[in-house]
Design a protein around this ligand. Structure first.
Ligand code: GRF
Length: 225
C-alpha cells in the first residue's frame, strides 16, 4: 500500500480531486489517503477530508507568532523554524510514503524536507504555472496578465518534486494551456483549476508507480496481468 498525506491551506478542491479519484477507482489501487494536514483551521478542505472520513490535523503559523510583534524579526524567525520542525514531526506521527502539497501556501523549510528525505518520503507540489515561469504566489494571475500583454502565449500547470527553492524542483508532470487574448481572468483561472484537478491525480499515480517499482510493494489486491 502507498499511503499519502495531503497538505492544504484553503478550499481543498485539489484534495477533493484526489478523494473523488479514489472513490471512482482512478487513483492507483495500491494508494490510500492517510491524513490531511492544514495550515489553516478554517480551511474548507478540512470539511472535505472529514466528509471522506480522512483523519485531519491542523498546524497554524499564526499560533506560533501569537503575541510576538511583527518587527521582532529574530524571534519570529525562530518561531517559524519551530513551526517547520513541528510540522515534520506531525507528518511523521503516521509516516506516509508520499506527501502531496495541494494548495499548501507556506514555504517548507529544509528542516521539513530533510526529515522527509531521511524517512524516504517523497513530497510533490501542485503549482499553477509552467516550470520556471511564475514561481511563488499569484502565479495564475501573473501568467494571465503576461498573456494579455502579449508577452507569453502559453500558461499551464505543473506538479514538481519539492526542494528548498520555491516551485523549482524537478517537474513530475507539466500540462500546458494556450493563453487566449482578451480572455477574462476568471475564465483562464477556471481552465487552470480544471487542469489542476486532473494533473494532481495523474502525478499522484506516477509517484505511486515509482514507489512501487522502487520498493516492489504491491497490495494483496494487486492483480498481475
Ligand atoms: C490551487 O490553484 C493551487 O495550485 C494553488 O492554490 C490553489 C489551491 O486550490 N497553490 P485548492 O485549495 O486545492 O482548492
Amino acid at each position: 500500500m502507498v499511503s499519502i498525506t495531503v497538505l492544504i491551506s484553503g478550499s481543498g478542491s485539489n484534495l477533493q480531486a484526489l478523494i473523488d479519484a479514489k472513490a471512482q477507482g482512478k487513483l492507483h489501487v495500491d494508494a490510500s489517503l492517510l491524513r490531511v494536514i492544514s495550515s489553516n483551521a478554517s480551511a474548507y478542505g478540512l470539511e472535505r477530508a472529514q466528509a471522506a472520513h480522512i483523519p485531519t490535523r491542523t498546524i497554524q503559523l499564526k499560533d506560533y507568532y501569537l503575541g510576538v510583534p511583527k518587527d521582532d524579526i529574530e524571534h519570529r524567525r525562530e518561531l517559524r523554524e519551530q513551526f517547520n520542525v513541528d510540522l515534520a514531526e506531525m507528518i511523521l506521527e503516521e509516516p506516509p510514503n508520499l506527501v502531496i502539497c495541494a494548495g499548501w501556501m507556506l514555504i517548507l523549510a529544509p528542516s521539513v524536507l530533510n526529515r522527509l528525505a531521511e524517512n524516504k518520503i517523497d513530497i510533490i507540489n501542485l503549482h499553477p504555472a509552467l516550470p520556471g515561469a511564475f514561481d511563488g504566489t499569484h502565479a495564475i494571475e501573473r501568467a494571465w496578465k503576461a498573456g494579455q500583454q502579449g508577452r507569453i502565449t502559453k500558461g499551464g500547470v505543473m506538479v514538481h518534486r519539492v526542494i528548498a527553492e520555491v516551485d523549482q524542483g524537478d517537474p513530475v508532470l507539466v500540462k500546458e494551456l494556450e493563453l487566449i487574448n482578451s480572455e477574462l481572468y476568471a475564465e483562464y483561472e477556471a481552465r487552470v483549476h480544471e487542469v489542476e484537478h486532473v494533473a494532481i491525480v495523474d502525478a499522484a499515480n506516477m509517484m505511486i508507480d515509482e514507489q512501487i517499482s522502487k520498493t516492489g510493494a504491491v497490495s494483496s489486491s494487486y492483480t498481475t496481468k
